[in-house]
Design a protein around this ligand. Structure first.
Ligand SMILES: O=C(O)c1ccccc1NCC(=O)[C@H](O)[C@H](O)COP(=O)(O)O
Length: 265
């Protein structure tokens, strides 16, 4: 079988984590994270509960499917615009090779905004969860395709103890069932097919039915228009995660308003 982009990124991420451990050990990052306040009230989850449909707006300079998206990437300005325009949370890519993200970008954004930040990365080691906490994240991404069910359960428990939320990403029925069994309280369905990079928001619509009402549901990727949002709102998704559409919009506030179905003028 061909190696998927996800497997390639995961292998590079494992190497990145091993390098990070040489600079700061697991024990050190763990104790740094554990010294931080764990009584957070899980703001990322709260943000998803508190709105009709919550917008998680992404700061992303590049991606494997699109290459460079934003030549100019004033991420603090972008995050500020998202916050002012009523974003519920901000997703920050920290993967450096394909997404041109960094830990520093997350740390700076998290300390500049009041809304919760998701560390969007390819979590392959518990080290990355403790690291996310020290960087100021309120949530981390856990991808079913990269983690065995028992590991997923353990990682969700680590998140709970640190006061972090886990957005557990699934692509199909089997992964959704595994995420539910592992104790996920937030499941995100990624609409992007990682073999051919095509996107279909109806993937979220279809899979929403399989997720219990008690579990929060986020639709991720390929959301381009108010019509897409209408489909997802009708499917009772709690939140949408939007990257490229917002990153390419010169006026983020106007684009968010348009996506919500309003008039930006
Ligand atoms: O975006 C990609 O090309 C990609 C490829 C392989 C793994 C993950 C990938 N993207 C990460 C994301 O999940 C998106 O950044 C996020 O859902 C927003 O998607 P979009 O609104 O389509 O930019």
């Amino acid at each position: 079988m061909n190696t998927t982009i996800l497997e390639t990124i995961a292998a590079a991420t494992k190497a990145r984590v091993e390098k990070a451990k040489q600079e700061k050990s697991l024990e050190t990052i763990k104790s740094e994270a554990q010294r931080l306040d764990a009584n957070t009230g899980f703001p990322f989850e709260q943000a998803l509960r508190s709105e009709d449909i919550a917008f998680i707006c992404e700061c992303k300079k590049a991606s494997p499917s699109k290459g460079l998206i934003a030549q100019d990437f004033p991420y603090l300005k972008i995050a500020g615009e998202y916050e002012e325009a009523g974003a519920a949370a901000i997703s920050v890519l920290t993967e450096p090779q394909w997404f041109l993200g960094s830990n520093e970008i997350l740390q700076e954004i998290a300390s500049a905004v009041k809304i919760p930040c998701l560390r969007k990365d390819f979590t392959v080691d518990e080290y990355m969860i403790y690291e996310a906490k020290t960087l100021g994240a309120s949530a981390v991404l856990l991808i079913c395709a990269l983690l065995k069910e028992d590991t997923m359960r353990d990682y969700i428990k680590i998140c709970d103890r640190l006061g972090l939320s886990a957005l557990v990403e699934a692509h199909d029925e089997r992964e959704i069932q595994s995420a539910v069994r592992a104790g996920a309280r937030i499941i995100g369905v990624n609409n992007r097919n990682l073999h051919d990079f095509t996107v279909d928001v109806h993937n979220s619509e279809r899979l929403r039915k399989l997720v219990p009402e008690t579990v929060l549901f986020v639709a991720e990727s390929g959301i381009r228009s108010a019509a897409d949002i209408r489909v997802l709102r009708n499917a009772r998704v709690n939140g949408v995660l939007i990257g490229e559409t917002l990153m390419r919009a010169p006026d983020k506030r106007a684009m968010l308003c348009e996506l919500r179905g309003g008039n930006s003028q």
